[in-house]
Structures are given as structure tokens and as C-alpha cells.
Design a protein around this ligand. Structure first.
Ligand SMILES: C[S@@+](CC[C@H](N)C(=O)[O-])C[C@H]1O[C@@H](n2cnc3c(N)ncnc32)[C@H](O)[C@@H]1O
Length: 256
């Protein structure tokens, strides 16, 4: 798919590129942000009511492995073989079925109680149409009464000055990472390069995000025959408010 990125740049979208580059140190780089994993797993297990779960963008199995350990049946879809290799190398990773492909179109069944798309991965899709397709594909995988759970940040354009932003992410005595971000508010795109510096050297991890406000995601859900039933600001189910910087949104099929 050709993706206009603003500034006249056009690139071919390949969902496996991000994982191929970052897989080897994904868990380490995001260990601080991912401290909520236990809460996320607990919430997802509650929401699934014992039914099977499908994770779009299963990655290294950060959520899927502990969720499966609670007794929930978990399957995944993933574009990056390198991320799946990381999952396979972990205890229990060999037992989780993963379909390699793009979660906007891969089909792996129609009987899931819950489909989850965590950690802002909806924004990894290149444009609005791909995000609409993702909601439709999630709905297609759900049994009647099933739910689609999306975790994403709330865009905060006030962070930017003249559509540019430099922000520190990791600040430790032995590792620093800095994100340099360029904003295209017309296409709702952020082009981010994370630079990681430590005694192994310097690594650059580019990632593009087509961001959307919660209301636009809600409309995508409506197009897919789902409606918003819950919205929290974290996995502990703290109510979403005007101050919330991210959201966990639960969409149910209209026939629920
Ligand atoms: C930010 S990581 C999140 C991984 C995992 N869900 C977690 O919470 O730790 C996003 C994952 O989604 C995968 N991904 C991104 N776009 C995809 C797509 N269109 N189809 C399948 N996988 C995709 C990436 O390769 C990566 O493994």
C-alpha cells in the first residue's frame, strides 16, 4: 500500500518492518511503560469471561503469555517473524498459535469472546482506511456478545512546537533514549525516530503513527457494527476524564 506521509514523501507500508528492527530489545526498551502488564492481563481475563481471546499484534507475548497462564485460550496475529521468535523463546511461547499476517485482513476464526489491540498499535496502521479495516476485521472475529478492546494514547498536539517535538523517553545512568517527532496535523501522522544510546552503541528505531482521537475510533467501531460500552484511562479501570492521556476502550458487537 502506498502511504502519503506529508512533505511529498511516499513509502510502501510494510507492517513487519517495525518488529524486524526492534524485536531483539523491545521488552527491555519498554519495561517501564509496560509495568501495567499485570493489571492489563487481569482486566482482559475478567472481560473475556473464560472465552477465547485473539490478540492483534501479539508481539513478544508480553500480554498473551501471562494471559494464557491464567487458563484463557489465547491466539495471535503478528506481522513480524522476529517478534514471534522472541515469543517462541519464552516459557509457554511454543503453545500459542500465531497467524503471520496483517491484522487488518487475516482471518483466524469467528468465535472469539474478545479481540485485543494493545499499546497504541492501532496507530501503527498507515491511514484511516486501514484503521477502519482493522475494526471491521476485529468485529468479524467476534462471537455474538464479543468485545474488542483497544488501548491507545490520546493525541496531545500541545506538546509540539511548529510541528516538531524532541522528548526524552529512557533516562538511566546506563541508557538514554530520545524521540524526535515530526507532526503532520493534516494527515494526522507523527513520524518518530527513537534514538537509543548505551554502551552497545547507537540504534535508530523509526515508527510512524496515524493518530486519532477517541471519538474517531468510536465512529470506526460504529461502521463495524460495534458500540463503545466502557472507557477507562488505565487497566485498573480508572474512569476516563478530560485529563486522561490514554484510553482503554471496550467495544461490543451491536447484537450483544
Ligand atoms: C507496539 S507492539 C505491541 C506488542 C504487544 N501487543 C504488546 O502489547 O507488548 C506492536 C506489534 O504489532 C505488530 N503489528 C503492527 N502492525 C501490524 C499489522 N498491521 N498486522 C500484524 N501485526 C502488526 C508489530 O510487529 C508489533 O509486534
Amino acid at each position: 500500500m502506498a502511504v502519503p506521509l506529508g512533505w511529498g514523501v511516499v513509502s510502501d507500508f510494510d507492517p513487519s518492518v517495525y518488529g524486524a528492527a526492534i524485536a531483539g530489545e523491545y521488552d527491555e526498551l519498554y519495561e517501564d511503560e509496560l509495568q501495567e502488564t499485570d493489571a492489563a492481563v487481569g482486566r482482559l481475563a475478567l472481560l473475556a469471561h473464560g472465552g477465547p481471546v485473539l490478540e492483534f499484534g501479539i508481539g513478544t507475548g508480553r500480554l498473551a503469555l501471562p494471559l494464557a497462564a491464567t487458563g484463557v485460550q489465547v491466539r495471535g496475529v503478528e506481522a513480524s517473524l522476529e517478534m514471534v521468535d522472541q515469543l517462541r523463546n519464552k516459557a509457554g511461547g511454543g503453545a500459542i498459535e500465531v497467524a503471520i499476517g496483517d491484522f487488518t485482513r487475516v482471518e483466524v476464526g469467528r468465535d472469539f469472546a474478545l479481540v485485543v489491540l494493545a499499546f497504541n498499535t492501532i496507530f501503527a496502521l498507515p491511514d484511516q482506511q486501514a484503521q477502519v479495516d482493522c475494526f471491521a476485521n476485529a468485529a468479524r472475529h467476534l462471537r455474538p456478545g464479543g468485545i474488542f478492546v483497544v488501548e491507545a494514547w490520546v493525541p496531545d498536539l500541545a506538546e509540539f512546537r511548529h510541528n516538531r517535538l524532541v522528548r526524552p523517553r529512557i533516562h538511566r545512568s546506563d541508557r538514554v533514549s530520545i524521540e524526535v517527532v515530526r507532526l503532520d496535523p493534516v494527515a494526522q501522522m507523527m513520524e518518530t525516530t527513537q534514538t537509543v544510546l548505551d554502551n552497545k552503541g547507537v540504534r535508530l528505531y523509526p515508527a510512524n503513527h496515524r493518530y486519532a482521537w477517541p471519538a474517531e475510533l468510536d465512529l470506526m467501531a460504529r461502521l463495524a457494527g460495534m458500540r463503545l460500552t466502557q472507557r477507562w484511562e488505565d487497566w485498573q479501570a480508572t474512569p476516563f476524564s478530560a485529563e486522561s492521556r490514554r484510553h482503554i476502550s471496550v467495544y461490543a458487537r451491536d447484537d450483544a
